[in-house]
Design a binder for this molecule. Sequence first.
Ligand code: KG4
Ligand code: ZN
Length: 345
Amino acid sequence: MSESIFLLAIESSCDETSAAVLSNDRVLSNVIATQKVHEKYGGVVPELASRAHQQHIVPVVQQALSEATIESKQLNAVAYTQGPGLMGALLVGTSFAKSMAMALNIPLIPVHHMRAHIMAHFIRNTSDQKVPEFPFMCLTVSGGHTQIVLVNSPLDMQVVGETIDDAAGEALDKAAKVMGLPYPGGPHVDRLAKEGDAHKYVYTTPSIAGFNYSFSGLKTNLLYFLREKNAQDASFIERELNHICASYQHVVTEYLLAKLEAAAAHYNVRQVALAGGVSANSSLRSKLTRLCERRGWEAFIPPMGYCTDNAAMIGISGYYQFLQGHVGSWNDVPRASWPLEGSLR
Ligand code: KG4
Ligand code: ZN
């Protein structure tokens, strides 16, 4: 058997500073420092995110190496998130990864954050683990992106549908904010919805052609509904919180899965996956399982730890790019906006 490739991966696109060490497709360590500083502002403050990344990056990388019991001189490459994300946040990870790769004289691998969410399915947790076969259809849902991606190979991905305005995570986070819930609101909506009636209130989704989504109208729909109810009864939101969360989450998840189902059927794909932060949503996870049972398809749902931002997913993406010789150069710069399909050309 060939020798292991040891890879250090760094993620700093938004409000998580993370470092991981991989041995081929296995994760030896995956350290995540979540920035609490944003909570009181109800959203990520870019300048504070960059400062927090600067404070966290050295200890997080040191911890990742020490948990993996790997010394930096054993590393074969450094993978990092080149984009998309917040420019100041990306700069911290990019600069750190460059300096480290340069000092060690090893390749630097630029990784696309949304591709990495998808590639998290290929992290080998157990030797008998089932991974998706190509091609498969992946619904990638995070705080900043919502896409349906036809995954032909680790490097060949095609976006077949996407949101034309807000992302699904944003739609959940903004709705949560209107209801007075802390940031990020997605996990709170998920928790509160468990005790609510998903059919008590009806919110509507716009009809958009093809496999694209639109979430901005849905959010406005909820906002007007709450304003009207609140004007009649100031305790409405507090009293009905579980039902509102359940009904809103219901419409978001049904909408997401209806388009995913249509896209998978259209492309005649029988393996369907979830990726990104919103794939931690319990309702979305169980609904996808049921959809695949009904259709005779196979569902791939990432382990909870690999749904939200983490460096292990950057590492697995970097590993497959490394195998194909897709390494970067010292001149590479962070890319705040970066189309998924163009990222490996
Ligand atoms: O992938 P991610 O960690 O960061 C981005 O790349 O954006 O996704 C963060 C998003 C947030 O919108 C957050 O509210 C949402 O994922 N999220 C959830 C849950 N856990 C995280 N949304 C719904 N239910 C959850 N359990
Ligand atoms: Zn993400």
